[in-house]
Ligand binder design. Structure first.
Ligand SMILES: Nc1ncnc2c1ncn2[C@@H]1O[C@H](COP(=O)(O)OP(=O)(O)O)[C@@H](O)[C@H]1O
Ligand SMILES: [Mg+2]
Length: 267
């Protein structure tokens, strides 16, 4: 990887992270180069720990984390704030302002966007997530799903090369999920790297061509999403279920792993 080939360029990591007793992550060697990628695996598998490493919120006890050609293992989160955006799993851990617009403005201003640019970005992103009309409200007067969208808008407004979502579909209805899918496609179209931790396998199947599976702090699978849902042994180990549509198609007697409604209709 060279720093010349920015944007679609990548985050890669190999190494080991120790908790006091046992390593949380171990032997992970992975490179991301542009394709939106789903990160799945049961609770406690190490998914959040992994993305916190990419955001320099945690330091690896050994190994390297290379982002756009630079080793960030000794960098602070503040220094890579303009490169890596992470939407927290729980928006209440992220949101700290008592006004929606101020919240979304904080990140862009903090990384040095000019006030007019920051304001324009914040409004565009609030509009994108459907909350521009609530810009003047207190985030804590809004629903959890809306607060999640505020957290999304805050990160998007920073215009980082890498955008990571930690379980963004949790608590979202069908409309919210559709919006998230569109956002992920748009970020990809803009040349950004999108990584997304998910429990919703239907969303994974519809949205991501590549999937990585964590299990017990290890990388169990890295490859095409279709292949990820093809092997029952891996799914059992990771305690992950096939998408509903895949299960349905299988029950209907269709061969192969179907991921999308269009595929089922074609059959
Ligand atoms: N701050 C922490 N200190 C010690 N152990 C932690 C900490 N955060 C998470 N863990 C442990 O690390 C493992 C992975 O957690 P996590 O990355 O949150 O998993 P996931 O996001 O896949 O649910 C779990 O066993 C969890 O208990
Ligand atoms: Mg997690």
């Amino acid at each position: 990887m060279t720093s010349a080939s920015l944007k679609r360029e990548s985050a890669s990591w190999s190494g080991l992270v120790f908790s006091l007793e046992a390593p949380i992550l171990q032997g992970i060697n992975v490179t991301f180069r542009g394709e939106p990628t789903a990160i799945i695996g049961q609770n406690g598998a190490g998914k959040t720990t992994f993305v916190k490493l990419l955001k320099a919120l945690l330091k690896p006890s050994s190994g390297d984390i290379i982002i756009n050609g630079k080793n960030i293992k000794n960098t602070t989160a503040a220094k890579i704030a303009s490169t890596v955006g992470l939407v927290f799993q729980n928006p209440n851990d992220q949101i700290f302002k008592n006004n929606v617009l101020d919240e979304v403005l904080f990140g862009p201003l903090n990384i040095g966007q000019a006030p007019e640019v920051a304001r324009a970005n914040a409004e565009i992103m609030l509009d994108l997530v459907g909350l521009l009309d609530k810009a003047g409200e207190n985030p804590y007067d809004l629903s959890l799903a809306e607060r999640k969208m505020i957290a999304v808008a805050s990160i998007l407004a920073m215009d980082t090369d890498i955008v990571i979502f930690d379980e963004p579909t949790m608590g979202q209805d069908a409309r919210g999920k559709k919006k998230l899918k569109e956002i992920i496609r748009e970020l990809y179209a803009q040349g950004k790297l999108v990584l997304c931790i998910l429990h919703d396998m239907d969303f994974v199947a519809e949205t991501f061509g590549r999937t990585v599976i964590f299990s017990n702090g290890k990388l169990l699978y890295d490859g095409p999403t279709r292949q990820a849902f093809a092997g029952q042994a891996i799914l059992d180990t990771a305690r992950v279920e096939q998408p509903h549509l895949t299960q349905l198609a299988c029950k209907m007697g269709y061969d192969g792993v179907l991921l999308k409604l269009e595929e089922l209709i074609k059959r």
